[in-house]
Design a protein around this ligand. Sequence first.
Ligand SMILES: Nc1ncnc2c1ncn2[C@@H]1O[C@H](COP(=O)(O)OP(=O)(O)OP(=O)(O)O)[C@@H](O)[C@H]1O
Ligand SMILES: [Mg+2]
Length: 480
Amino acid sequence: MDILYLLLKIAAVLGMFTLMFLPLAKVTAWDDDSWYVRFVVSALATTAWVALLVFVPGAIIACAVVWGVLLLLSVRHPSLRNLLPFWRWLLSLRHRIKGDSPIFIVERVLGLRPIEDASTDFKGVRDYLAAYSGYDENGEAMLEFSCGISGVTDEFVDKTAKAGLGAMGAEFYKVEHLGPGHWLLHFWKTEPKNPLDDAIEIKASDLSDWDGKTVTYGLTEAGEPAKLSYAQTSGIVVGGVPGAGKSAGATLLTLPLLASPKASVAIFDGKGGMDWHWAEKAASLYNNDCDLDLPTATEQLEQLAQRCVDDLKSHPWSDSDPDFWHAGATALHPFHLVVIDERQTLFDVTGRSKEDKALVERCKRAVATIVRKGRSAGWCVMLLTQKPTADSIPTNIRDNCVVRFALRVTTREAAEAVLGSIPDGDPRPTEIPAPRRGGAVVQGEDGHTVAVRFAYLPVTEAARALESSTLETVVHGLEE
Ligand SMILES: Nc1ncnc2c1ncn2[C@@H]1O[C@H](COP(=O)(O)OP(=O)(O)OP(=O)(O)O)[C@@H](O)[C@H]1O
Ligand SMILES: [Mg+2]
């Protein structure tokens, strides 16, 4: 009988020992070493205390005295608490078994753990806020995290998120910077599908009338409408490799203006093809012969620049207010947009004669005049180029173009020629996959870039839309 008792007692102690280590089974690989040691010490100590009480039940009073002494001493030496039965084990258990609690994720993935054994003010304090949603049906998990601790920077979060891929059982991650000390971390088990990878088809009837300021041209990566405001904008640069979708993108940026009486659009197509033929009738000036007939193009650009300067001086839209945008575009005083597609063919001087070089200089000066002075007069230049280099987009012109679209480019130099320097972690035009035609990166006023995709409207549709809108304007005119 005694033997049976003894065996039962031994089995109980061994069972207890095993049970105490069970919660560690899945997490030890990502556990903090010091947490692990504490957990093990606490589990061993607890098993030892239980064994002692099982075999010597009368020792309970002596044990209680020892625990009391340990507790008192632990005020000065917190690590002594590890020797008390269950204490540390229970404390750490709640973070271990709740594998999808935000605290668990922050500790595992970002490696931010309170210093529980330190007798400082930080003892056990978790000075961050976190919310976590586990893997959904798309295989995406998200951790929203805000923390004001000085060492927790963008780089830190990015580095630790990358290192935490294994802990998350994820293959891909993305860190979104939501504000100062505030991040949203995404984890995916398989490569996430980018919403911009599907072409955005629209019909001309989906486009609304131009409101005198903004046009909606596509979607942002967050799934919101991508908009461009012409108000207070005197220069727009669009750069990208051949076939990236610049001309198609510019169709959407200009069609609402071409269809509106509140804007007057001049088009220079350096390619000399039919890319802009759809807009010929609606444009106030159309020249697709400019690389061959440089003198005419020069004259036209200089005339436009002169009109811009005249508007600036006489501000015909108001007797007293010199800023066009305060009153806004009207049919009587329209906004003026000058589009120059394939500007590199017009502005490239290599192989040109001396006379032609002088003409190119004059063209550049005319463009620079509108970009520099046109904003408050309601004038704007849109420059499209497939050769974005510091030469083809002089920085003095680019820096005055506050709206910059970089479609796909292949080199960092080209990306910077369009956008200037790009903050770390922001989308880059070199990362746009080749099949994503019309994919672009735009730069906002805060210098951060946003990935967008232009919607696609075939030029035949655009031409048809212009025909019907001209008809409407005529009918409208007849009715009035
Ligand atoms: N947003 C888009 N969505 C889907 N397809 C597009 C989009 N934009 C362009 N494409 C496709 O890509 C082709 C090339 O586009 P586009 O002519 O605009 O290129 P580009 O950048 O102007 O090239 P280039 O520098 O040679 O003039 C279009 O004919 C169209 O088939
Ligand atoms: Mg083009």
